[in-house]
Write a protein that binds this ligand. Structure first.
Ligand SMILES: Nc1nc2c(ncn2[C@@H]2O[C@H](COP(=O)(O)OP(=O)(O)OP(=O)(O)O)[C@@H](O)[C@H]2O)c(=O)[nH]1
Ligand SMILES: [Mg+2]
Length: 467
């Protein structure tokens, strides 16, 4: 049936208005390795898929007001990027016994189309429904630590690594590469036969300090997870920590060759990664696991602080920062989230959020200056415990119930108090904090995953876009 010109015009105008209402939002889920990025994305997608049905999102207005009409996973615009393994993560979480999703080894992306009824009167007049396309990127946390390298020369990075070796626990594991490097003259002809095994020993050290000391500042991140670049010469350099940096050496000598590879690494791997994936983000959530380093001790906690500072400084959301110049991000909302809050009794959640606020204050101040809306909260993407009270020596005290990750035994415990400000010597002496790793919750796949405050995170990150 042919349409009249007026009908055709109406259809075209309708499609045009629809396109005007539809929006795209690119969300950066950022965090150091094991901070909980994959768990967060999995649970976020899961909550959204259940939104409007049976999701527990009372603090997210579009869900609470019944304005969500449906959420669909749709193909990503970036055809070369693997799709985030949502199904695989859910399968692991619903296995018998349930398992946490695997650590991330490469980049992946997921796009959701969120269809909703606008609340805004003007929008409603134009169209009954609108769609928000939400793009979320997952990547290995190790790669995040490469970002600060972009602002450093090889000599500066070498000096930073030399400082790091002042920590006895880190230096204690460094003997193999320190000894191998000491045999190398900076000005002797570059020899791959020597540089490759030296870089391998250095890489082994990075793995060791991560595992043994809970170190966070493990650079360069691709050494730990090289992916397709495993044997590339670009990954065969180490920091020069054997005395003064010699000047004026070109890449035909050991020092110059390593400096050249460092620059190459920055240009091709680091800049490429941030240009292709981080540029163009609209919103950002920075996930921080404060609890694991609190449990491990002062060195690990100090290292977390250093790593966070390095990242936050280099983000420099302000107009003049190199990050701004290189990638022109347009981030207008930044959420700092302390993850795994289900390891604490509810009375400690406020303290955890305050501790995170103190930890990231430097980056905070900077971002606030440039007009970014910032918020801090404590959340659990996948809640593995329930909280209640138990009696202990005639008193009732708050307690958590869950199953231990290592042997799946059911436990009821009081993990202790989180310091509200940066932990001091007295805190470390008493070590009042005893953090037990929990297995994922027993969970029926047709139900939404249990969480803590994920709806508050959604309200902050997406709230205004679904108005
Ligand atoms: N109890 C509890 N544990 C969590 C939660 N989120 C993450 N975890 C634990 O933290 C571990 C790391 O979480 P991931 O989501 O894999 O962390 P990631 O940041 O993606 O780590 P990488 O991919 O290695 O960078 C998990 O295996 C769980 O043991 C949570 O909400 N509650
Ligand atoms: Mg991951």
């Amino acid at each position: 049936m042919s349409r009249t010109p007026l009908e055709q015009w109406r259809n075209r105008a309708g499609a045009w208005v629809q396109r005007g209402l539809d929006q795209r939002l690119r969300l950066a889920v950022t965090g150091l390795s094991r901070s909980g990025k994959t768990a967060f994305i999995t649970s976020l997608v899961n909550q959204l898929e259940h939104a409007g049905l049976d999701a527990r999102l009372p603090h997210w207005p579009p869900a609470a007001e019944g304005r969500l009409l449906g959420i669909q996973r749709v193909p990503s615009r970036h055809h070369h990027v693997p799709v985030f393994g949502y199904e695989a993560a859910l399968n692991q979480l619903s296995a018998t016994p349930p398992c946490w999703p695997e650590p991330t080894r490469g980049i992946s992306e997921i796009t959701l189309a969120i269809r909703y009824r606008p609340k805004n009167r003007l929008k409603r007049k134009l169209q009954d429904t609108a769609t928000l396309y939400l793009e979320i990127v997952d990547y290995p946390g190790e790669w995040l630590l490469d970002l600060p390298l972009l602002g450093m020369s090889y000599a500066e990075w070498s000096e930073q690594q030399r400082q790091l070796l002042q920590t006895p626990a880190l230096a204690g594991l460094a003997t193999p590469w320190l000894q191998a490097g000491a045999l190398l003259a900076a000005d002797s002809p570059a020899d791959d036969g020597k540089l490759a095994p030296l870089a391998a020993a250095y890489t082994q050290w990075l793995h060791d300090i991560k595992r043994e000391c809970g170190a966070y500042l493990v650079q360069p991140g691709r050494f730990i997870l090289p992916g397709e670049y495993r044997d590339a010469p670009m990954l065969q350099f180490v920091p020069w920590v054997w005395g003064e940096a010699p000047g004026g050496l070109n890449d035909s000598h050991h020092y110059g060759m390593m400096a050249a590879r460092f620059e190459h690494y920055k240009k091709h791997l680091v800049q490429g990664f941030y240009r292709d994936f981080f540029a163009g983000f609209d919103r950002q959530i920075v996930l921080v696991d404060c609890l694991t380093p609190l449990n491990r001790g002062p060195d690990s906690f100090a290292d977390l602080r250093r790593a966070l500072n390095a990242i936050l400084q280099s983000f420099e959301y302000g107009k003049s920062g190199w990050w701004q110049r290189l990638f022109s991000p347009r981030i207008d909302k930044l959420l700092f989230a302390a993850t795994k809050a289900d390891h604490l009794t509810p009375d400690q959640h406020g303290r955890l959020a305050t501790l995170l606020g103190t930890l990231v204050r430097g980056g905070h101040r900077h971002a606030r200056l440039s007009g970014i809306d910032i918020h801090t909260l404590a959340l659990a993407a996948i809640r593995a415990t329930s909280s209640g009270r138990v009696s202990h020596r005639g008193e009732t005290i708050p307690a958590l119930q869950g199953r231990r990750r290592d042997n799946l035994d059911a436990v009821a415990l009081y993990p202790g108090e989180v310091p509200e400000s940066l932990p001091d010597a007295a805190f470390w002496q008493q070590q009042g904090f005893d953090f037990t790793e929990f297995a994922p919750p027993e969970w029926q796949p047709e139900q939404p995953l249990p969480h803590l405050r994920l709806d508050q995170a959604l309200a902050f990150l997406l709230g205004d876009k679904l108005s």
